[in-house]
Design a protein around this ligand. Sequence first.
Ligand SMILES: [Cu+2]
Length: 462
Amino acid sequence: MTFSLSRRTLLQGLCAAPFGSGLARAQTLTELKVASRIIEVNGRAAKIFGITNNKGGNGLSLMLEERFQVRVQNDLPGETLLHWHGLNPPSAQDGVPMLSQAPLKPGSFFDYDFVNTRSGTHWMHSHFGLQEQQLLSAPLIVRETAEPLFDEQEHVVMLHDFSFRDPQEILAELKGGGHANNSMAGMKMAMPGMLNDIMFDAYLANDRALDDPEVVRVGRSTQIRLRIINGAAATNMWIDLGTLKGELIAVDGNAIFPLKGSLFPLAIAQRADVRVKLPDGTGAWPILFRPEGQVTRTGIYLATQGAEIAKLPDEGEVAPKLDLVQEMKLRSVAVLPSEPVTRTEILALTGGGSDYIWGLNGKSAMHETIFTVHESERIEVIMQNQTGMAHPMHLHGHYFKVVAINNIPIEGALRDTVLVPPSISVTIRFATENPGNWAFHCHHLYHMNAGMMGTIRYSSAA
Ligand SMILES: [Cu+2]
């Protein structure tokens, strides 16, 4: 059961036992506060948002067997609403304004309470307006065991793109047909092959640019599991291990058969768990995160105690654009039941002209019904990108299996977000087992806010 009350109402004592088991609940409820905070970027103070838990940490870490019992307190001067990206809550707790819940008023809170069935590296972010661009996001890690199964260290890295500008101003400029960057003003939008439609002031790894990177202290010959979250609003990235070799072991929180490498793509909103075995001896190793099509990069360092950090410039070679070469190779560990597909839907990704209106099947109303489903169906969706930009497509409330790329069948990964590059089709399958009304959208924040979002409705839902 959930409810929403202002702080004042709470003080007036009107929140009398809204739960069946008030005592047990009070012992486990975690509070997340959404508030403004200041960080330093390029030597300048930046006012952004953040999500702090009641232990003072960033975001949330819980065990799989724990019920998801979280109070979100809005300490912002304006409305907000958090979405649990990667979890499959009941739709009334999914945090999409005007679809699943009303936005949270300043000074009020909302109590979330559901059985969580999803483990892995996930995240939470505001689904309200353009707040995600102002770093209103945090890790959401669900562990299956209290201690790592292997003798390994763990570290969470959250990536962001950052601008000192007001995101509303960026969106207005994009809609005005200009490139959201002074030096490229007047440039037409979304030309074929265009990678980035916004120029950012910095790219951050755990809130820090490469001139002042986070240094993670590691033991000699340590094995480390990096849980990497692309929380950028509009930037696809590469994970670059440099001289180190690693293994990709999970995507979007779902285990895959390990894929060896040192360069892994990570589209907007996706997560990657990468296991790295450090060489013997002391040293410092940069892990870089490189936005596609850009020379600027960000990163962290893994360093043994006392090792000197030889700082890298924040510019390097141009990072290539993301493709689906890796996606073709991913194989999920979990096997989906082999029920036949009950229905195939075509979803055209459309728009992106000089008016900066984006859409799904040519429609650009954010809560437009894409299609209606019944419970216990096995739906196949063929997404066809008819635009000049890549779109990281995210389905709420479900995870899906990537089953074909350009109609070439694969036994692909289980995901909640998949990149669909220009002129490419990506086919996914999911089971309709979470009744409600669910957002399905491009996770590029400005594409979404310019119309590339719709709703999948269950016939059983209101
Ligand atoms: Cu998009």
